[in-house]
Every structure is written in structure tokens, then in C-alpha cells.
Design a binder for this molecule. Structure first.
Ligand code: ADP
Ligand code: MG
Length: 309
């Protein structure tokens, strides 16, 4: 199974944090499957977010294997300072798109721009510092829960760490553990649930506070109620700071309020627009929405009838 990924600048953080054990470095490299062939141009410049983080894919094609294209001539623009959602069937290339933006891989053809700069022309450090991801599978380090959040920003104070955890709706849970923020997690630590892991990853990202934020199915393991509460917090932070954010989501209820919804199918854009526009269009999105809504209502009925019983 392909597993990705924490932002590579966590690696830089780890280098700086010399106290960190070698074993964690290895775990991190293994978790990340770092592609070492990605190189910086000799006179690469630092990325300048002169427009506030507009992302543009121009005729982008990419595949992991030459015989199996994943993205095909993809064209799309993600406006700066907005909340964008990317939806589409599993395997259509949503996570791949985020990996390309981070330059875990380079495009086969076409170009990706952030604020009119080709991401191949900017330094990797500046690119990865500008972007924060809550990945689909969040790697945890064999360390305390507090440290795991702090990877987002090693200079953060204790109160900044708890503030991030509060906004990510995980603070109360951590506080209920006997060792609190000193609880060891990771492979050799306490077992925590998928939903708790996801909220730790969100805490990490909020603490990093990058200009561009990507959430790759970041709340998929949460129950609907917790997911809604967390999304409300995230939305208010994004609005307050007018950050560019991209949400890859399976559950459309978490993203229907996005400024722009992009529907991918077979590696290119099938439809895009607001929720209302896409519903009116009566295409793929509308179909997915109806299917999920009827499922959601059924589950609701089941829940209320079992409560009554
Ligand atoms: P999504 O996030 O939309 O579900 P992905 O972008 O993760 O889809 O994957 C798109 C396709 O690429 C899938 O068919 C997946 O199996 C394949 N894929 C993903 N990562 C790799 C990899 N490292 N090597 C080969 N194929 C991969
Ligand atoms: Mg994915």
C-alpha cells in the first residue's frame, strides 16, 4: 500500500531537532517514501506568495507507471484565499494531485504554478514551507503526543500547542489521559484511534499555520458530530486568515459549502462549480450527492429507531 506523507519540511525540523532519535528518522523516511530524484534548479528562487496562493494546473499529465496515466491533460485554477473541494471516485487521482503540488513527484508534462511561478523554478524549502497537509494516513512519531503536535512548529510554546489541540477538538481527550500531553504515542506508545490520529494531524497543521492548507480526507474517521464541530473550527480559522485551502473529501456534507467544487473523473475535470451550480447541472456531483444523502437519511433513521428501541 502506498503511504504518504507528512510535509517534507518536517524532515528539516527533525534535522534541527537533534535530540530526535535516529529510529524516528528512519520511520519518517519509510513512511514518506521520499522520492530522491526531485531536484532543485541551480538558481531556484524562494516562492513568493504575491497573490495569496493561487494554484494553477496547466495541461498536467502524470502517471506512476508509464503504461497507466493517472492525470490526463488536467487544467484547473484554485483561486487564492478560497475554500476548494476536490471530489471524485476513489483512485481518480485526488491525492496524486496534492503530491504533485508538494513535488513528491514531478509532472510528466504540463506545468503547475503557484502565484504564476512554476513550482519547478522555486526552492523546495520555500515550496514545502508554504504548504501544509493533513495526509490521508497520518504518521505518528514514537514520541509524546505533545511532541507529535509540535512537529508542526518546533518553536511553539505549550499554550500554542494546547490552543491548536483545542481547535482540533482533541485537547479534552488528551487531558483525560493520565500522562496528558506527555503520553507516548506511535508504534511503541499508546494505541490511539484513527479519528484521534486525524485530529492530531489537524493540530499539527494548525500549529504550522502555512499559507496553503490541504486536507486529504482528513476527517474521514470521525463520527458525523465530531466532524461537523471540527470543520466549523477549521472553517472559521480559514475565513479569519483568508487562506487558500483544498479539501479532498469523500463525504460531500463536509465540503458542500466550498467556494468551488472540482469533480475529477479519470484524471481530468468532469465538472466544477458551487454546490448549487453542480446540483442544478444534474451530473456526476448531483448523482454522488443524492446517493450519499439517501444513505445518510437511512443511517439517521436507523440511529433514531435504535434509540427508541
Ligand atoms: P485518490 O486519492 O483519488 O483515491 P490516488 O491519487 O491516491 O487516488 O491514486 C490514483 C491512482 O494511482 C490509483 O489507482 C492508485 O492505485 C495509483 N497509485 C497511487 N500511488 C501509487 C504509486 N506510488 N505507485 C503506483 N500507483 C499508485
Ligand atoms: Mg486519496
Amino acid at each position: 500500500v502506498f503511504q504518504l506523507s507528512v510535509p517534507l519540511n518536517f524532515l528539516g525540523s527533525v534535522y534541527r531537532e537533534l535530540r530526535q532519535s535516529l529510529l524516528d528518522m528512519e520511520t519518517l523516511f519509510n513512511l514518506q517514501k521520499v522520492n530522491v530524484s526531485i531536484a532543485e534548479r541551480p538558481n531556484a528562487k524562494a516562492l513568493q506568495l504575491s497573490k495569496g496562493g493561487e494554484i494553477r494546473f496547466e495541461n498536467v499529465s502524470f502517471g506512476y507507471l508509464p503504461e497507466r496515466p493517472i492525470l490526463r491533460n488536467l487544467n484547473l485554477t484554485i483561486p487564492a484565499g478560497k475554500k476548494i473541494a476536490i471530489v471524485g471516485p476513489s483512485g481518480c487521482g485526488k491525492s496524486t494531485l496534492l503530491r504533485l503540488l508538494f513535488r513528491f513527484y514531478d509532472v510528466e508534462s504540463g506545468r503547475i504554478f503557484i502565484d504564476d511561478q512554476d513550482i519547478k523554478d522555486v526552492t523546495l524549502g520555500s515550496l514545502r514551507k508554504s504548504i501544509g497537509v493533513v495526509p490521508q494516513d497520518t504518521p505518528l512519531f514514537n514520541d509524546t503526543v505533545g511532541h507529535n503536535i509540535k512537529y508542526g512548529n518546533l518553536e511553539a510554546s505549550e499554550s500554542q500547542v494546547t490552543a491548536a489541540a483545542k481547535r482540533a477538538r482533541i485537547h479534552d481527550i488528551i487531558s483525560s489521559w493520565p500522562a496528558g500531553y506527555d503520553t507516548k504515542v506511535g508504534e511503541r506508545g499508546m494505541m490511539i484511534s484513527g479519528g484521534e490520529k486525524q485530529r492530531l494531524a489537524v493540530s499539527r497543521l494548525l500549529l504550522k499555520d502555512p499559507p496553503l492548507l490541504f486536507f486529504d480526507e482528513a476527517t474521514s474517521a470521525l463520527d458525523t458530530h465530531t466532524e461537523q464541530a471540527l470543520m466549523q473550527n477549521i472553517n472559521s480559522i480559514l475565513k479569519e486568515k483568508s487562506r487558500t485551502s483544498v479539501f479532498v473529501a469523500h463525504r460531500l456534507r463536509t465540503i458542500y459549502d466550498a467556494d468551488l467544487i472540482i469533480v475529477l473523473r479519470e484524471g481530468s475535470v468532469a465538472e466544477m462549480g458551487t454546490h448549487k451550480e453542480l446540483i442544478d447541472r444534474d451530473g456526476l456531483y448531483s448523482e454522488l450527492w443524492s446517493a450519499q444523502e439517501s444513505l445518510f437519511n437511512e443511517e439517521g433513521e436507523q440511529a433514531s429507531s435504535s434509540q427508541a428501541a
